[in-house]
Design a protein around this ligand. Structure first.
Ligand code: ATP
Length: 342
């Protein structure tokens, strides 16, 4: 049996390749520690699209789906492709067609951020809702549909309940069922149903607007927050702010029911950051912590923990990029973390 783990790298656009350059050596480090892994690097992104007209060709998609175990992703988005067509065809397609329903966005503030001790985790549905890309623009009228299916909602909420049970912490569902009666009504029904299956989890629904206000006032009482695609996107950018900002937040998406060999994708919460791309200003911590989440998903707990501890140690010692008030560039920050690995 082939026990070699295959990881596909898609650095993408803007700051994506810069932060990926600081995560890639972690794969070599894991290999040096005895993990068997193959790495394949894929060129898809704006540059490739503008040069060839290709976004994510069918053969490459099939190879990723059936030939890789996981994807490490940088970011997509480029001002030269203003409608973001290539980003939809690459990242949104991978999330949707690999059935990566669960997007896990933890917020555990790092030393020196002033919010140490907080432990929030957002579980965001990742394949549908308002990001289903169905709608139309007519003269004087525009429509964006939000599609919610019971299968995806149940998978996401089961993952969130399971995690809250594991941590022994409360679960809050963010919703607007008072106005989005159909879609969020379905979320509420599934949520009520699962409360019965997880009686020991203190679980409540909260209107998303009130939840945002409560989070800003005092995030400490929250543990796991579950939300649909759109609300989860917004809430997790707010929780990223508690941990120091966009540059530090990691994420991992996975398919709980594992329909394909490729069942996980790790990527930072931030996008391609075109305003700072190419200037050695991007913080690689979000990308590096996403790599740690991927290691944990692969069952490589010692490596995951070592990377997280190296990030914390570097920051404790004052290593910081500009977004956190420090002076290190992307590569220097990556090095400051790697030199603290065992
Ligand atoms: P997306 O919709 O793809 O998530 P976005 O429009 O939310 O993208 P980002 O690319 O995430 O935008 O950038 C938002 C802000 O955060 C920008 O000011 C950007 O410079 C900053 N930012 C993003 N990533 C980083 C990073 N790695 N280090 C420092 N600042 C970052």
């Amino acid at each position: 049996m082939d026990v070699t783990t295959r990881i596909a790298l898609i650095p993408g656009d803007g700051a994506g390749p810069e932060v990926m350059a600081e995560a890639e050596p972690l794969l070599d480090w894991a290999r040096d520690r005895g993990r068997r892994l193959d790495v394949v690097r894929l060129p898809f992104g704006a540059e490739h699209f503008l040069a060839t007209g290709e976004t994510l060709p069918e053969t490459a998609f099939a190879e990723l789906r059936d030939g890789a175990d996981a994807i490490l992703f940088g970011a997509v988005g480029d001002p030269r492709v203003p409608d973001g067509r290539h980003a939809e065809a690459i990242l949104l397609r991978l999330r949707r067609e690999l059935d990566l329903v669960v997007n896990f966005r933890p917020c555990q503030p790092l030393p020196g951020t002033g919010t140490e001790g907080l432990h929030l985790e957002v579980f965001r549905e990742n394949t549908e809702g308002a990001y289903c890309l169905q709608g139309s623009t007519e003269p004087g009228r525009a429509v964006d549909l939000a599609v919610h299916t019971e299968v995806a909602v149940r998978r996401l909420l089961e993952a969130a309940f399971t995690r809250a049970e594991e941590r022994g912490c409360p679960l809050t569902l963010a919703h607007k069922a008072n106005v989005l009666k159909h879609g969020h009504g379905l979320w509420m029904r599934v949520f009520q149903d699962l409360r019965g299956a997880f009686p020991q989890v203190p679980a409540r629904g909260m209107h998303a607007d009130a939840l945002l206000c409560a989070l800003v006032q005092d995030p400490a009482p929250f543990g796991v927050i579950a939300a649909d695609n759109y609300l989860g996107d917004l809430i997790s950018d707010l929780t990223a702010a508690f941990a120091g900002g966009m540059g530090t937040a990691p994420s991992l998406s996975w398919a709980p029911h594992r329909p394909f060999r490729c069942a996980a994708l790790a990527e930072p919460v931030h996008g391609s950051a075109p305003d700072i791309a190419g200037k050695n200003l991007a913080n690689p911590v979000g990308m590096i912590l996403s790599t740690a989440l991927l290691f944990r998903h692969l069952g490589w707990e010692p490596e995951a923990r070592a990377v997280e501890q190296a990030v914390a140690a570097a920051m404790c010692d004052g290593a910081k990029t500009h977004d956190l008030g420090g002076s290190l560039g992307t590569a220097a920050m990556g090095w400051a973390i790697r030199e603290r690995l065992p």
